[in-house]
Design a protein. Structure first.
Length: 468
């Protein structure tokens, strides 16, 4: 079959080849494409997902499988013949295979592990034995290591012998006879060194390593701070167990970002694509926080009931309740989101709490002053229009006291909102919880209730003996 590749799009070429049904031509076509282009075809033609993977060279199929969504990976494993599934899983790097398996039910994991070669099965079981979200789940045991007394020429011989199955050879790791990590060295330094030079003459002693039980989020921060493409993973005895590569960290960063965004929005992390989440599971993830927020908002009614006498005496105060509540909630949500994001990227640490508080106190006064002035001006302007008969008189002869009450209340509520919103993520982090759990809706609810207390307390101070 012939076609003009210069005029046909990738999708058109694929459709023509599939229509022809020549398996050899399909295989050649898919093996000639970039991995990202094959992933595009799988996204565009979901009915052909398993067929696409089955008709690729197994090493290329594994490369495509790694970058697909979990739902697509599950579809492939379900539809492929068992012998191809076995080849695919055995070909996957240990860390990517573990990342896929840990998302499956236990009974499915048991069935798939049976398909692995004995060596790969042992590695996979070892990785699955580490805590969830730990560095151990991410590391690959495929790396190149040498000894300090090796010469550069011997290092090259080792690389040629074992590097084929290594995930990266950008960095070579040096261990001693006990398997302890001594140092690491860039391949660039090996290439530029004389063949007879010994490895220990090239070492600088500045090795940076991750602990196998370190949190993945911590590992991501270490990568960012040190600009590395791979980092060694050791146990508590400094034994080199494996390495973690930057591509794994990019996936971790993406997952952490998605989880934080979902939590900031006031829901539990979904852990899988939105459209793949079963309906009742989605409801369970969302309902919990909504119930908590609803119960929290019920305290607003309690607070208003407490000030019922004041409201009855000065109904004009009720006009500004939505304004006061929304201002405080918005300022708290702003501060909470900013601090959660800053903590996620490492800009803010626990010991920065006082610097954050001082900054937010100043921000609260400044922002409160701006909005308080606008609120004050609004009442003054309305009173002016009332005097000239443009609109109905709402505030009466005590309009200036009411304007002052609203202005000062807004300053107090926004100040409290910024302090609460900025400190709550730090408090949660200090307690060992996820700062993202202090979501914007949660902070807004908290500030709504306390904002009413602040508002009516200020009103009582300004209007006691006059309207109250």
């Amino acid at each position: 079959m012939s076609y003009d590749v210069e005029t046909l799009s990738l999708d058109d070429q694929f459709e023509q080849i599939i229509a022809a049904g020549d398996k050899l031509e399909i295989r050649d076509f898919l093996n000639d494409q970039n991995i990202s282009d094959v992933a595009h075809l799988i996204n565009e033609y979901p009915d052909y997902t398993a067929q696409i993977v089955a008709n690729m060279a197994i090493h290329r199929a594994a490369s495509v499988f790694k970058i697909l969504d979990l739902s697509q990976q599950k579809q492939i494993v379900q539809e492929l013949p068992p012998f191809i599934t076995a080849e695919l899983l055995n070909e996957l790097p240990a860390d990517d295979r573990t990342d896929f398996l840990e998302e499956l039910p236990n009974e499915v994991i048991r069935d798939l592990i049976k398909l692995l070669d004995p060596k790969e099965r042992k590695i996979t079981l070892a990785l699955l034995g580490y805590p969830e979200d730990s560095v151990g789940r991410l590391m690959t045991p495929d790396y190149v290591y040498v000894y300090a007394n090796n010469t550069v020429e011997e290092v090259f011989a080792i690389i040629r012998k074992v590097a084929k199955n290594s995930e990266t050879i950008d960095v070579i790791y040096i261990i001693n006879e006990k398997g302890e990590l001594v140092d690491d060295i860039r391949i660039r330094d090996i290439i530029l060194a004389a063949p007879e030079k010994r490895v220990d003459e090239l070492l600088d002693g500045r090795v940076i390593a991750l602990k196998v039980n370190d949190d993945q989020e911590h590992a991501n921060q270490v990568f960012q701070m040190n600009n590395r493409v791979a980092l060694p993973v050791i146990d508590d005895n400094n034994i080199l167990l494996g390495i973690v590569t930057i591509d794994d960290m990019l996936w971790v960063a993406n997952e952490e970002y998605s989880e934080d965004m979902q939590k900031i929005g006031g829901t539990e992390a979904l852990d899988e694509p939105y459209l793949d989440v079963p309906f009742f599971k989605l409801m369970r993830k969302r309902a919990g926080w909504l119930v908590i927020l609803f119960l929290g908002e019920m305290l607003t009614a309690t607070a208003m009931a407490y000030f019922n006498d004041e409201i009855a005496k000065a109904t004009v105060l009720t006009f500004f309740i939505p304004l006061i509540m929304s201002s405080g909630g918005n300022s708290g949500s702003q501060a909470s989101t900013l601090i959660i994001q800053a903590m996620a990227v490492g800009d803010v640490k626990l010991y920065d709490w006082w610097r954050v508080m001082r900054r937010e106190i100043l921000s609260g006064f400044t922002l409160g002053g701006i909005l308080g002035t606008i609120g004050f001006t609004r009442i003054v302007l309305w009173h002016y229009l009332m005097q000239h008969g443009v609109i109905q008189d709402l505030y009466g002869i005590h309009w200036l006291l009411i304007a002052s009450t609203v202005g000062v209340s807004i300053i107090g509520v926004i100040l409290w909102g910024t302090i609460a919103g900025s400190m709550l993520p730090i408090i949660l982090k200090r307690a060992g919880a996820d700062p993202a759990a202090s979501s914007a809706p949660f902070v807004a609810t908290l500030v709504d209730v306390t904002g009413l207390v602040i508002y009516f307390s200020v009103a009582y101070l300004f209007l006691r003996g006059i309207l109250l």
